[in-house]
Design a protein. Structure first.
Length: 242
């Protein structure tokens, strides 16, 4: 995988208020943690970070974090990102320090290559069922995606985890080998679509009817309760007169 470098600064001020002020200046907070080391609070330049992401097809990367004031860079994996729900801007990132001699466990995206013959010539529908492959590998062998050629896939056929070309010497696959990755389904007929539409319409119509029946039953129960209470009330009145 290609080398990625990013210069960051130590973050000395903490709290949501200081984080807000930091973001208004074009920076945002982050943390570096790892096995056997305390968390290191950092701050990153938003523009530099976004430009780094754009150079990669996925977020699977090992980054050389050059911390200002520290001689040796930290080799770390981008572990998590928090985005603003409205603007999509990066609010916070987590990095995990790695050892280049110890395996890491990670999910790698599966890239479908080509157009299935079952779609292009047979009118089928492509169904991408499983989109990532969970593997163990050394950090230096981390890749951004596993390609899977689907051009020869006909209607009714599938490709599974075991069909993905993986270098077993580098990657230990943790997913079930029988897990379906992609399939080409037959196009639905007009009769099938009409039958489903009729079923949905029937279900929708049954809803108000069931509700009406329930209300009617509740009304009958209330009437019975009133009828049951009436004789008891009359008996009580007679006893008082006596």
């Amino acid at each position: 995988m290609k080398e990625t470098k990013l210069t960051v600064q130590r973050r000395t001020q903490k709290g949501s208020a200081s984080a807000g002020r930091l973001r208004r200046t074009g920076w945002f907070p982050g943390v570096v943690y790892g096995e056997g080391r305390p968390g290191l609070d950092i701050q990153l330049n938003e523009h530099d970070f976004v430009m780094m992401l754009r150079k990669h097809r996925s977020e699977n990367m090992i980054v050389d974090l050059a911390v200002e004031g520290q001689e040796k860079p930290i080799k770390a994996m981008l572990k998590a990102m928090q985005h603003h729900p409205m603007t999509g801007r990066v609010l916070h990132v987590d990095f995990y320090e790695v050892s280049m001699t110890r395996r890491i466990q990670i999910e790698v995206p599966i890239l479908l290559v080509g157009t299935p013959v079952g779609v292009a010539k047979e009118g089928g529908i492509l169904e991408h069922v499983h989109r990532t492959l969970e593997v163990q590998c050394l950090p230096g062998d981390l890749i951004e995606e596993f390609p899977l050629d689907v051009t020869e896939l006909h209607i009714g056929k599938t490709l599974r985890v075991r069909d993905i070309p993986v270098d077993a010497a580098k990657y230990k696959v943790l997913d079930d080998p029988d897990q379906v990755i992609v399939a080409v389904a037959a196009p639905r007929t007009e009769e099938e679509e009409k039958a489903e539409a009729d079923a949905e319409a029937a279900t929708a119509a049954a809803g108000p009817e069931v509700l009406t029946e329930k209300k009617a039953e509740e009304g009958e129960e209330k009437e019975k309760e009133k009828d049951g209470k009436a004789p008891a009330a009359k008996d009580a009145e007679k006893k008082e007169k006596k």
